[in-house]
Design a protein around this ligand. Structure first.
Ligand code: ATP
Ligand code: MG
Length: 404
């Protein structure tokens, strides 16, 4: 029997030309995500994308890869069959038995009840959805002994009759939703090896942005450990197909200069202002349209409204802060869900702990920051930081554009 991942996406807001673009991008991204895991060709049919599962031994890997792609609302691990009553019924019995076994093997309680939910996108199909539900439901009841429960079924067998074929599944895997990567342009994400900024980068990727990550390390004043974690984090995020590059900026000497010449309590703010300047230079090179940071209002001293304003004042492009209204717990849960939490919590210190003030200013003013920078050669320090930049290309690396 032919197996396929039947991918659904949200259609809300998809009108006119946008829709074709969305679908083409999603299909292309799914093709890329499934390359090497299937010999089949992805296809689009009636508001769905099909990713054929040709190697049963790698089915789990393929489903997981597909379910991480932005734009995917959910997928069904389906049997594709002829749209005859006999074929649909046989497929339904097979997927129900398979799903019961899978749950049992996973240590989940086996379902006691079920429901059938049929949909017809093919208007020339003789039976109505209700008739399909009744007929296939009776067969499942007879063969498995499961009871029917339409309001809170333990298992749902879904049947979709689309064009000339039927797709039947009892296993549904949720995707992230959002928009296909590439639909929203490119952003530069300032990514430490902490918990927050990888989640922030993920949020914009999920909204269709290609992400260029920039990591500042304490090198040469500290060892390069955080750089390793930043790269691992970038690779985890790239499983969703949206990372272009990771730039690493050795920032220790710039911090040292700031620590020597500027008031102690303003150091952190000045570090951030320089990070923004360096990140913008990279953003221009990458034709990125915005910066992304992982700040959450009031979470730490540097994240008060006053201090955010002081940092923002050096930016000439929008600074997106997708986590601004999120609590640490929500951010932590999301980090676990996307697979970055463990790396973020084992990562060594990045440049942030280098030359930390004992008492950082929580309500600095722009005038104070500008004053403190008057004694620094700002342009030279930015140039110095940029001179040490290295990068690693990830899956969305632009083919012809040279890195900084
Ligand atoms: P995170 O968990 O992302 O490290 P944080 O709670 O430690 O964030 P801050 O240290 O105030 O917050 O940093 C605020 C934001 O500045 C980070 O979310 C990130 O976007 C950026 N940033 C901080 N340190 C670095 C770094 N070493 N490299 C790149 N970006 C950084
Ligand atoms: Mg941090």
């Amino acid at each position: 029997m032919e197996r396929t991942a039947l991918v659904h996406y949200h259609e809300i807001g998809l009108k006119g030309r946008n829709r074709g673009d969305f679908e083409r991008r999603l299909e292309g991204n799914l093709r890329r995500a499934s390359a090497g895991l299937t010999d089949g060709r992805t296809r689009r049919i009636a508001s769905r994308v099909l990713v054929p599962v040709t190697d049963p031994a790698r089915a789990e890997e393929l489903l997981a890869a597909v379910a991480r792609i932005p734009g995917v609302s959910y997928l069904g691990y389906a049997i594709e069959c002829d749209r005859t009553p006999e074929a649909i019924e046989a497929a339904a019995l097979a997927v129900v038995a398979e799903e019961v076994t899978r749950r049992t093997e996973a240590g989940e309680p086996p379902p006691a009840t079920f429901a059938v939910e049929a949909r017809r996108s093919a208007t020339d199909y003789a039976e109505s959805s209700l008739e399909i539900n009744r007929r296939v439901g009776a067969a499942i009841e007879r063969e498995t002994g499961l009871g029917v429960d339409l309001s809170a079924p333990g298992l749902v067998c879904r049947i979709e009759v689309v064009q000339a074929r039927a797709y039947v599944y009892a296993r549904r895997v949720e995707g992230p939703g959002g928009l296909p990567v590439g639909a929203s342009g490119t952003v530069v994400a300032l990514m430490s090896a902490g918990i927050d900024s990888p989640v922030a980068a993920w949020r914009v990727m999920k909204r269709g942005a290609v992400v260029v990550a920039v990591h500042f390390s304490g090198r040469p004043q500290t060892p390069a450990h955080s750089e390793h974690y930043a790269l691992e984090l970038a690779r985890v995020l790239d499983r969703s197909g949206g990372m272009a590059r990771l730039y690493t900026v050795p920032f220790g000497d710039v911090q040292r200069q700031i620590a020597l010449d500027a008031p102690e309590d303003l150091r952190v703010l000045l570090y951030r202002r320089f990070m923004v300047r360096v990140a913008e230079a990279i953003a221009h090179r990458e034709r990125a349209r915005a910066l992304v940071t992982g700040e959450s209002l009031g979470q730490v001293a540097s994240q008060t409204l006053d201090n955010i304003a002081v940092v923002d004042a050096v930016a000439t492009m929008p600074v997106l802060r997708p986590l601004i209204g999120s609590d640490k717990q929500e951010i932590t849960d999301e980090a676990r869900a996307i697979g970055t939490f463990e790396l973020s919590t084992t990562a060594d210190d990045d440049c942030c702990t280098l030359f930390m003030p004992r008492r950082p200013a929580t309500h600095a003013t722009l005038a104070e920051a500008v004053d403190a920078e008057a004694g620094l050669d700002v342009d030279a320090l930015v140039e110095q930081a940029l001179a040490g930049v290295t990068h690693v290309d990830l899956s969305r690396a632009p083919k012809r554009r040279r890195a900084l």
